[in-house]
Design a protein around this ligand. Structure first.
Ligand code: HPA
Length: 272
């Protein structure tokens, strides 16, 4: 994505902000409520921000919310752009570039995901330790802009260990049981077939969803530290003898919302 567009979007946003955000938040399906806890909040609908695409899926609000959360300057995406909506990878990841330009050094990415690991249950929260890009595309394909990052970025520490340690100790303090695992990013919009879920388990996946991977690749390219949290909204296809629906995903995320809010707020409060 070209630098002029990044700068135009970020200078529009900057005009409306009082402080510089340090931490970005991407709030997935049903998890956007966290943005409502932001204090001294400034709301910027995506449609008003130059070069921002518009969100189309239900359960996603489509605005940036900036302000303070647990004493930290944050900027949250209430709703994200999905590849399955028809946006290209550059559009999906454009907000990460803009948040970097605004000054963030850490990004907390959240999503709803299907549990592949049979030790998981719907309602679990999973700390993402690593991912598998199964989308068949990559946001960094094309000419590399060296000002944004290197041509061949290292992905071995895409999910920051130090942030994961903060998250683990936050969970411990809250007495919250959390899972850890590998997130598989699929393009969607279909849920997986049972055979695909067995394949994803074989290749090392613990949870599967339709987002996050492009944003994390872009964050790695941009040198942003990432913490990823999946809300296991359902068991992936074929594990339980029942069909999957978007309303089930929204319903379960609704049930763990309180744990999710307490968890992320505790992590933020403990970050230096
Ligand atoms: N598969 C893919 N994406 C998802 C799922 C799932 O089972 N649940 C929530 N997002």
């Amino acid at each position: 994505m070209n630098q002029t567009a990044i700068q135009e979007a970020s200078s529009y946003i900057k005009k409306h902000l009082s402080g510089e955000p340090a931490i970005g938040l991407i709030l997935g399906s049903g998890l956007g409520v966290l943005a409502e806890e932001i204090q001294h909040a400034v709301h910027l609908p995506y449609k008003d921000i130059p070069h921002f695409p518009e969100s189309t899926v239900s359960g996603h609000k489509g605005q940036l919310v900036a302000g303070q959360l647990e004493g930290k300057q944050v900027i949250a995406m209430q709703g994200r752009f999905h590849y399955y909506e028809g946006y290209n990878m550059q559009q999906v990841t454009f907000p990460v570039r803009v948040m970097k330009e605004l000054g963030i050094d850490s990004l907390i990415v959240t999503n709803a995901a299907g549990g592949i690991n049979q030790d998981f249950e719907p309602g679990d929260l999973m700390l993402i330790t690593d991912h598998i890009n199964n989308m068949g595309d990559n946001p960094l394909i094309g000419k590399n802009d060296d000002a944004l990052g290197v041509r061949f970025p290292d992905m071995s520490l895409a999910y920051n260990r130090e942030l994961n340690q903060y998250a683990e100790s936050a969970a411990e303090e809250l007495g919250l049981k959390i899972q850890k695992g590998v997130y598989v990013g699929n393009s969607g919009p279909v849920y997986e077939t049972p055979a695909e879920v067995r394949m994803l388990r074989t290749i090392g996946g613990d949870a599967v969803g339709m987002s996050t991977v492009p944003e994390v690749i872009t964050a790695a390219h941009a040198g942003i530290r990432v913490l990823g949290i999946s809300c296991i909204s359902n068991m992936a296809a074929g594990i339980l003898d029942q069909p999957l629906t978007h309303s089930e995903v929204i319903e379960t995320t609704g049930k763990v919302r309180e744990d999710f809010l307490r968890f992320v707020k505790k992590i933020l409060s403990q970050l230096p």
